[in-house]
Structure formats: structure tokens, C-alpha cells
Design a protein around this ligand. Structure first.
Ligand SMILES: NC(=O)c1ccc[n+]([C@@H]2O[C@H](COP(=O)([O-])OP(=O)(O)OC[C@H]3O[C@@H](n4cnc5c(N)ncnc54)[C@H](OP(=O)(O)O)[C@@H]3O)[C@@H](O)[C@H]2O)c1
Length: 257
């Protein structure tokens, strides 16, 4: 059986990535921040699951995850760097330590884990690396003013790494979900925004399938979501940044009572 690593595998898009990789015959190393990752084996039938509870915003957490992968003694065929979170609110008000912790999870931790992954895959001249970023990478993100840049960083990182890794036989693909129906906006404290309350969000199972299909088709990137999401992303490539910023703020700005 081939082996896949999925971070953020306990919920949302990451759980769907894990479930669908299991359906495709991959054993799993699944990572989550809380104890609920322990349930992954029960939720994903027929394959072997190694759950790892680790805080990927810390170097120790990332190293614990990688030690668990190495302890399997098996080559890692697929890695999905997916765990991430946002923090909503006006930058004037948001907590700096919370923002720095988000940067550590969404950027530093991802880079640290990617280093392990590519140094493992390149000598084998085989492997697939899927990086979950966001359609937020394509626009300024007022009232999520640190989150969006973390996704832009990861998109640019993934696309650069893709070019480097091609000569080593390793595929790198970026997944850019649009707004998706997970706990993400609630966790970000964005319940009182249009993003938090909209009921048209994309199905995480669809987003995950599009990501995996793109990865195995060796595509540079894919927009995750329905036709309207793909049209929005295409439109975002044409609008000026100030126009996009004003539009984004209408959905992300906390609403007054
Ligand atoms: N949902 C959206 O609208 C949306 C849109 C665009 C992009 N994305 C991107 O998609 C990715 C997944 O988001 P989602 O919507 O699936 O979120 P989600 O449902 O909130 O799931 C987040 C996952 O990440 C894990 N996690 C959180 N903090 C962690 C930490 N410090 N260390 C290790 N794991 C941690 C959580 O573990 P626990 O369950 O144990 O807390 C959970 O498994 C993120 O990178 C996000 O930027 C989401």
C-alpha cells in the first residue's frame, strides 16, 4: 500500500483529502491539533491510519510529525500540507500573539514540513506534494489582513517549488479553495461577517477531489469549488487590487448590530 501524510486531517478539507486518499488505496499518517484526530481510523475504513496529535505552529510539533512518518519505515508517496487557520477582525483590534501564531502555522510550519518532505521524496525521484492555499491568495484581504498574505506566500512557494522539483521527479500542486463549508470561519472568529454567515459555501468533498485530481494530473494549481468560485477567481485575476480590497471588505468586515 502507498502511504500519504495529511495535515489538518481531523476536519474540513483535510478530512476529505484523507478519506479520498484512503478510497484511492493509501494508508495514512493523519495530523491534527486536538485529540479528535484519534477518531480518524474509525472514520476512514479499510486502510491503516496513524493519527498524530501535534501543534504544527511549533518546530517540535513538525519534527514529531516527521519522526512519526520516518518511524513507519516506508516511503512517503503523497503529502498534503493542508492545516491552516485564519483570524478575522480589524488589525487595530486583533491580538498580535494570535496573529504571529497563525503565521507560524500557515507559513513557518508548512515550510519546515515541506523541507522534510522534499528531502525525502527527491532521492527517490517520486512523490506528490499538495499545498492547500486559498483564493484569498489572489486578493488583498482586509479584516483578515494577515491570513491572506499567508496564503499568497504558500501559493508562490508552491509554484516555485514545483519548478525546482520537476527535475527530481516530484510533483507539487497548489489547491486554492474558495469559501468552503467547514468550521474555518467560526474558528477565525468571523461568525458575524458575511463570510461567516453565507450558506453558499463549497462542499469540502468537492474541493478535496479537485485538489487530488489536479495533483495526480500534474497541474500547477487548481481552484477548489463550483463554477461560480472558478469565475470569481478568474475575475480576481483581472481587477485592480484596490477594487478587490473594497469588495473583500464587504464580506469580511465584522457587521454591527
Ligand atoms: N474553509 C474555507 O473557506 C477555506 C477557504 C480557502 C482555503 N482554506 C484553507 O484550507 C485549509 C483547511 O481549512 P478547513 O476549512 O478545512 O479548516 P478546518 O475545518 O477548521 O480544519 C482545520 C484543521 O487544521 C488542524 N489544525 C488547526 N490548527 C492546527 C495546529 N496548530 N497544528 C496542527 N493542526 C492544526 C485542525 O485540527 P483540530 O481539528 O484538532 O483543531 C483541523 O484538522 C487551510 O489551510 C485554509 O487556509 C479554507
Amino acid at each position: 500500500m502507498p502511504l500519504a501524510l495529511v495535515t489538518g486531517a481531523s476536519a474540513g478539507i483535510g478530512f476529505q483529502l484523507a478519506r479520498q486518499l484512503a478510497e484511492r488505496g493509501y494508508d495514512l499518517v493523519g495530523v491534527g491539533a486536538s485529540g479528535r484526530i484519534a477518531d480518524l481510523q474509525d472514520r476512514v475504513a479499510r486502510v491503516e491510519v496513524l493519527p498524530v496529535q501535534a501543534d504544527l505552529s511549533t518546530a517540535q510539533g513538525v519534527d514529531r510529525v516527521w519522526a512519526a512518518v520516518e518511524a513507519t519505515g516506508r516511503p512517503l508517496d503523497v503529502a498534503c500540507l493542508n492545516a491552516g487557520r485564519s483570524l478575522g477582525g480589524a488589525f487595530l483590534d486583533t491580538d498580535l500573539d494570535d496573529e504571529l501564531a497563525m503565521l507560524a502555522l500557515n507559513v513557518t510550519g508548512q515550510v519546515r514540513l515541506a523541507k522534510h518532505v522534499v528531502r525525502h521524496m527527491a532521492p527517490r525521484r517520486a512523490g506528490h506534494l499538495l499545498v492547500t492555499t486559498s483564493c484569498s491568495a489572489l486578493t488583498p484581504t482586509p479584516y483578515e489582513s494577515i491570513y491572506g498574505p499567508t496564503r499568497s506566500f504558500m501559493l508562490s512557494f508552491a509554484e516555485g517549488l514545483r519548478e525546482e522539483m520537476a527535475e527530481h521527479g516530484v510533483v507539487v500542486t497548489a489547491l486554492l479553495p474558495g469559501a468552503t463549508a467547514t468550521d474555518f470561519h467560526q474558528t477565525a472568529g468571523m461568525g458575524a461577517t458575511k463570510f461567516g454567515s453565507i450558506d453558499w459555501k463549497n462542499d469540502p468533498a468537492l474541493v478535496a477531489r479537485q485538489g487530488l485530481d489536479a495533483l495526480f494530473a500534474d497541474q500547477d494549481h487548481v481552484i477548489g469549488g463550483d463554477q461560480a468560485t472558478r469565475e470569481d477567481a478568474a475575475r480576481n485575476r483581472t481587477l485592480s487590487d484596490p477594487v478587490k480590497a473594497a469588495e473583500f471588505a464587504r464580506a469580511s468586515r465584522p457587521q454591527q448590530d
